[in-house]
Design a protein around this ligand. Structure first.
Ligand code: ATP
Ligand code: MG
Length: 254
């Protein structure tokens, strides 16, 4: 089993959309039930991308507090990707769960291992923005960490903070590998184009070989509660995500 964490310093850069759509693109290449997405963000929004109704479902937060398996919180979707939602929880439960995570540094890793995921399966974990106890849990179990950023001044300004966070993480978790992915690249926007080039120079090989272009189909697909590869299979976003999935699969095999 391999684990991919999706993180960012800034909010709203496209972590959840990328997690969901990359998961579907990987499932299209690896087969049904080979990919599981885990929503480690209290916003609990990941399941919407797969049209999975989690209203009455137990999420990983509640399961954890009751010391029950995450496997029982895994929901199948019609798209062949299984989803473990965070769940809708009261504020005090979120706080109790975060305390549990602070005290048990391998909680997420242990839960994933007991979640009945196949030996060749892939797990993608969505996270809230910025450093948090959730991110530490991701570093403790991820084979690959994807850092999503936009080609704008705001994301560029967060790179030093992200780099020092990564340096700290690499002391505790030397085997975790992190790669930046630029999202919402727009060749028709001159500032966006310039910042994308600057990021390319600055990050070099630390950037994934595929950039994700801005494509309105990403937001439209979410409104339809579908992966973008189903909603608009021949569009730019679908093309990019297929490439990123192929790269991720071959990188994880090595
Ligand atoms: N490649 C893209 N092209 C166009 N719109 C995009 C793209 N990627 C994401 N978006 C849009 O950007 C917005 C934010 O995306 P998303 O919710 O995935 O970000 P996030 O990083 O998960 O946010 P948060 O930090 O709140 O968890 C959404 O409206 C989404 O549809
Ligand atoms: Mg999100």
């Amino acid at each position: 089993m391999t684990v991919i964490g999706v993180i960012s310093m800034k909010g709203g850069v496209g972590k959840t959309s990328t997690t969901a759509n990359l998961a579907f693109a990987m499932a299209a290449q690896l087969g049904r039930d080979q990919v599981t997405v885990i929503d480690l963000d209290p916003q609990n929004g990941l399941h919407w991308h797969f049209g999975v109704d989690s209203e009455n479902a137990r999420g990983l937060c509640e399961q954890s507090l009751k010391r029950l398996d995450w496997a029982d919180a895994s929901l199948p979707s019609e798209y062949g990707v299984n989803c473990i939602p965070y769940g809708r929880v009261a504020e005090q439960d979120r706080e109790a769960f975060e305390l549990l995570l602070a005290n048990e540094s391998n909680w997420v890793r242990d839960q994933i291992q007991g979640a009945g995921i196949s030996r060749n399966g892939v797990v993608l974990i969505d996270t809230p923005p910025g450093p948090s106890i959730y991110l530490k849990q991701v570093f403790a179990c991820a084979d690959l960490v994807l850092i999503v950023l936009l080609a704008d001044a705001g994301s560029y300004a967060t790179i030093p903070a992200m780099e020092s966070w990564l340096a700290e993480m690499s002391i505790t978790y030397p085997s975790s590998r992190s790669i930046y992915v630029i999202n919402q690249v727009d060749r028709n926007d001159s500032l966006n184009r310039d910042v994308a080039e600057l990021l390319q120079q600055h990050l070099g090989k630390r950037l994934a070989p595929t950039q994700l272009h801005r494509d309105e189909a990403v937001a439209e697909a979410l409104a339809m509660q579908q992966p973008v590869l189903v909603y608009d299979p021949h569009g730019q976003a679908s093309h990019d995500l297929r490439q990123l999935a192929g790269w991720a699969i071959s990188t994880l095999k090595r």
